[in-house]
Design a protein around this ligand. Structure first.
Ligand code: IPE
Ligand code: IPE
Ligand code: MG
Length: 254
């Protein structure tokens, strides 16, 4: 577990306990390259990436992060070979099978955002069971983006709002940023809907259709570490970088 305050850390980095980002979102990238570097099939990287999720969840929860959102499968990832997609659909089953008791112990609550109805039955069931098993936990929310795509999410939100207008429940003039935020998949996260910090691993510096609305004022941190190599030290380094930033939200420096 990390300690804060006066005590210097082994690596010399000290986090400010008062400025831990409440919502951290991660684009977990680089599993395939990690495996290829080891001359193993891509799915070997996905398997190892699952272990990273376990480690990072534990440290994030110990740090006092309120919401950890992990991009696990995008609406565009269906373009991959069937074998890889099938493997990725089995992973949540294996992950929750082995990890739910730990999540309960860590007081972590599982949530999922995305077009889950399009997932195979077994994946949907694994997800629903994990949500149910952890619903009473009031610690960190572990929010998986599964078959998630931000453009599709925005289209769905626009349709939802149009239907409300059509039904006479909402006037066009009353549509504001809050009504849009309410119609997005992050609405259940309430005051934590927008990530404070976005991390992407593997050296790629793009959003790949992730949380386009919600990231408007997030701090972005890119690291070359491939996801299976990411761990407590890398998470801590990213939060340290975040703590050096001056968030102005369009205003002036404090
Ligand atoms: C991230 O790793 C996992 C998913 C996108 C599901 P990748 O599979 O994208 O790994 P690279 O980017 O090909 O190395
Ligand atoms: C983004 O990674 C999606 C997830 C991490 C789930 P990709 O590997 O799919 O993104 P691109 O194709 O490099 O943009
Ligand atoms: Mg990738």
């Amino acid at each position: 577990m990390f300690s804060f305050g006066k005590k210097p850390q082994q690596d010399g980095v000290r986090l400010d306990p008062d400025r831990i980002p409440a919502h951290v979102a991660i684009i977990m990238d680089g599993n395939g390259r990690w495996a290829q570097q080891k001359h193993r099939p891509r799915v070997f990287g996905h398997r190892e990436g699952m272990e990273t999720v376990k480690r990072v969840t534990k440290y994030a929860s110990q740090l006092g992060i309120k919401v950890l959102t992990l991009y696990a499968f995008s609406t565009e990832n269906w373009k991959r070979p069937t074998g890889e997609v099938n493997y990725l659909m089995q992973l949540p089953v294996d992950f929750f099978d082995t990890f739910v008791p730990d999540l309960v112990k860590q007081n972590v609550r599982v949530q999922v955002m995305g077009y889950t109805q399009q997932l195979p039955e077994k994946t949907q069931k694994a997800v629903q069971d994990a949500i149910k098993a952890t619903e009473k936990n009031d610690g960190m929310i572990l929010n998986f983006a599964l078959n998630y795509g931000s453009r599709a999410e925005i289209v769905s939100a626009v349709k939802k709002i149009a239907l409300q207008v059509q039904a006479g429940q909402l006037s066009v003039d009353a549509i504001d940023e809050q009504s849009v935020a309410q119609a997005l998949m992050t609405a259940p996260l309430a005051q934590y809907s927008d990530p404070d910090l976005l991390i992407r691993t593997s050296g790629e510096e793009r959003l790949s259709n992730f949380l386009l609305w919600q990231l408007a004022y997030s701090e972005l941190v890119f690291t070359d570490a491939l996801w299976p190599d990411f761990g407590a030290a890398e998470l801590k380094a990213a939060i340290y970088t975040y703590q050096q930033r001056d968030r102005r939200f369009g205003g002036l420096k404090k």
